[in-house]
Design a protein around this ligand. Structure first.
Ligand code: ZN
Length: 503
């Protein structure tokens, strides 16, 4: 065995052992959000803090740095799309990024974000932006410092975006999202001017929770979420987490007076889960067995939730079962139900937005956070800038900051550069869907027959199995033969919404 191979084995061993700690920490967090007794919070917090410290120590240790340093110039690293090349180059990038951050800055950021979230909760409750303003000013200042410490070629925001969407460039993302905005605004206006109003009230009838749960389980299993290697539980804020190579947990919440929240939420999280279950288990914990980027992760949830789950053919298969389970749908024709679940209307709250206007919410946040980081916008002027953009893009002005600039947790938690990944997910979802259809043939008749296997397997092979061997931009181009673009998403939206609203 050559020296290089031995070093590589040591590197994989080190990182795999760290994964034992991160996955344990993930299990404790999952438990905290689903099962933890009310009085047990303080000790759980100690457990998580201790593990986080150990994980940080292992991830920044000189032992790891030495192994990476010795391997970075070796033959094993020469092809970044090979398994070993991917492992070494991704770990090197992450290690360099982490080592550039002074301990003082890391600690200040951790403290500012922990305080920031608490202050944000209170400020939102009080509907008082001025209460949150000093905390956000600190966070923006520290995030700018973080970007400077990491370094960038073009703009400071690049360094922040890179944490969530490795390799993506602000300018490219901004150009694509501006193209999307320019096409979306008139589409949403045309829908607003249409005399058709889908009967959304039918989604607010009675839907017993036990039936919702059974139906959600059936649909998520049928699209390919493997319940032998995963679970579905109830939580307040739905999420998906992975506890091990064969243990993926998804969560949802139920409202017995609303159908869509839980059902489409379950499909969404199952889409994330199918991605996690499709990663190469033999490389668990290593970059070759980890998700590519947040944008690609979100493409998988949005694809199943929107492109599949809100299609007519999906409901041609599932609607008879839905009508049998829910007496409140017995008198509702499929076409009415289909129009209702695809209803589009400008609204104030991002997480409640429909598939089309959702992207406008994201573009507003993306533009504002760039301006905050560039120094073009002062935190004090943020509420006014927020409201102006809502009026401009969605034609509505939030009556209060709680329904406006204070609605999301992200900035208070230091998550700047995260928002655009939601819309990137929508764009990639449409492009992947079309690429799959080009190879597999018309997918709709398969859905109508309840057969989701070909699409799931195509995603397994093309999107999931590669792990981090390509960046999201590279993976997108490799799989679709096209650059990232807004056009396929707009095409999908128009194809669906034109007949519903008779545009
Ligand atoms: Zn998601």
């Amino acid at each position: 065995m050559s020296n290089t191979t031995e070093l590589y084995d040591q590197l994989c061993d080190h990182v795999s052992k760290t994964a034992l700690l991160t996955s344990t920490s993930a299990l404790l967090e999952w438990d905290q959000h689903t099962k933890l007794p009310a009085a047990a919070g303080a000790y759980r917090s100690e457990q998580l803090t201790f593990l986080a410290g150990e994980i940080h120590r292992r991830s920044t240790s000189s032992e790891l740095g030495d192994l990476i340093g010795q391997l970075a110039q070796s033959d094993l690293a020469s092809d970044p799309t090979s398994v070993s090349g991917c492992v070494i180059s991704r770990l090197e990038k992450k290690f360099k990024r982490t080592s550039k951050l002074p301990v003082r800055l890391v600690e200040e950021l951790t403290r500012a974000c922990s305080t920031g979230q608490q202050v944000w909760v209170a400020a939102r409750k009080e509907n008082d932006f001025s209460e949150f303003r000093p905390a956000l000013e600190t966070i923006v200042r520290l995030k700018r410092e973080q970007a400077d410490a990491i370094g960038y070629d073009d703009c400071a925001y690049d360094a922040l975006l890179d944490e969530f969407e490795p390799g993506a460039k602000t300018k490219e993302v901004a150009d694509v999202l501006e193209g999307l905005r320019v096409d979306l605004v008139p589409l949403v206006e045309a829908i607003g001017a249409s005399s058709i109003e889908p009967p959304v009230d039918i989604l607010h009838r009675s839907f017993p929770v036990a039936d919702q749960e059974a139906f959600g389980r059936r649909a998520s299993a049928q699209i390919g979420f493997d319940y032998q290697r995963g679970r579905l539980d109830v939580t307040h804020h739905p999420f998906c987490t992975e506890i091990g190579p064969d243990d993926c947990r998804i969560t949802t919440r139920y409202d017995d007076q609303f159908f869509s929240g839980s059902f489409f939420g379950t499909l969404h999280e199952a889409g994330h889960g199918i991605y996690e279950q499709g990663l190469a288990s033999e490389y668990y914990g290593l970059p070759a067995g980890q998700y590519c980027s947040l944008g690609i992760h979100e493409s998988q949830s949005r694809l199943w939730e929107n492109l599949v789950g809100r299609s007519k053919s999906f409901w041609q298969h599932f609607y008879p079962d839905a009508q049998q389970r829910f007496a409140s749908l017995a008198d509702v024709p499929l076409d009415d139900f289909y129009a209702a679940i695809n209803h589009v209307a400008p609204s104030l709250i991002r997480v409640e937005a429909d598939e089309a206007t959702y992207n406008l919410h994201i573009i507003i946040r993306f533009q504002l956070e760039q301006a905050l980081i560039n120094g073009d916008l002062a935190v004090a002027d943020l509420p006014e800038a927020w409201n102006a953009k809502y009026q401009d893009s969605l034609g509505i002005t939030p009556p209060t900051d709680a329904d406006g600039v204070l609605q999301d947790v992200h900035w208070s938690a230091g998550l700047i550069g995260y928002f655009p990944t939601y819309s990137l997910g929508n764009l990639y979802a449409s492009q992947f869907y079309d690429a799959a259809a080009a190879e597999l043939g018309d997918l709709e008749p398969m859905f109508a027959a309840g057969d989701f296997g070909p699409l799931k397997e195509w995603l397994n092979t093309n999107i999931h199995a590669p792990g981090q061997r390509w960046s999201s931009t590279e993976l997108g181009e490799k799989v679709t033969g096209e650059a990232l673009s807004h056009e396929r998403l707009i095409k999908h939206l128009k194809e669906k919404l034109t007949p519903i609203y008779q545009l």
